[in-house]
Design a protein. Structure first.
Lengths: 119, 109
């Protein structure tokens, strides 16, 4: 059974750097074809894809946020870490991580973690 | 960059009615790697359909997906009370690798 869980701060100040950790079980990020994605959802708004990392350390980013995002993996800890620099109140959202399936679908998702950006 | 446009924005229907949701891509979705999700308030999205027309495990057969290229459809044959939610389409593969549509809310009329 695959599970993922996001963790990180609930509150960050504007201009700070956000670091979120996705801890997973039930699969290995060393296995060919495996990927983990980060997605966010501002309150009352649509889903927005942020970043994706693959088993071979290939990394892809949303073009609109690419300059602010870094995704990394720690296979020994079964973790994927997302950092986002220069946080702004518009970055307030629930942040999810998810396992990427063979056809590009995201299954399952973590429960999400709410991040509020406020001074 | 591929853009997914979902329509309508809101669909007002009664239980038992048929729902037809559209997802149109600005360019062809590679390999028909198009997925549909259902989201209820406070919950993470739930995968319904992957590869345009394959139902995910445990999804009732009243949910079906169709389409290819740039036009995709999610159909709910007979709405149950628990189906009133927001639905998102998502593509994988075409630049920028992964994209979501803006969502369609299915509300009770």
């Amino acid at each position: 059974q695959i599970t993922l869980k996001e963790s990180g701060p609930t509150l960050v100040k504007p201009t700070q750097t956000l670091t979120l950790t996705c801890t997973f079980s039930g699969f290995s990020l060393t296995s060919s074809g495996v990927g983990v994605a980060w997605i966010r959802q501002p309150p009352g708004k649509a889903l927005e894809w942020l970043a994706l990392i693959y088993w071979d350390d290939d990394k892809r980013y949303s073009p609109s946020l690419k300059s602010r995002l870094t995704i990394t993996k720690d296979t020994s800890k079964n973790q994927v870490v997302l950092t986002m620099t220069n946080m702004d109140p518009v970055d307030t959202a629930t942040y999810y991580c998810a396992h990427r399936g063979w056809f590009g679908e995201l299954l399952p998702w973590g429960q999400g973690t709410l991040v509020i950006v406020s001074s | 960059e591929i853009v997914l446009t979902q329509s309508p924005g809101t669909l007002s229907l009664s239980p038992g009615e048929r729902a037809t949701l559209s997802c149109r891509a600005s360019q062809s979705v590679s390999n028909s790697y198009l997925a549909w999700y259902q989201q209820t308030p406070g919950q993470a999205p739930r995968l319904l359909i992957y590869a345009a027309s394959s139902r995910a495990t445990g999804i009732p057969d009243r949910f079906s997906g169709s389409g290819s290229g740039t036009d995709f459809t999610l159909t709910i044959s007979r709405l149950e009370p628990e189906d009133f939610a927001v639905y998102y389409c998502q593509q994988y593969g075409s630049s920028p690798r992964l994209t979501f549509g803006g969502g369609t809310k299915v509300e009770i009329k």
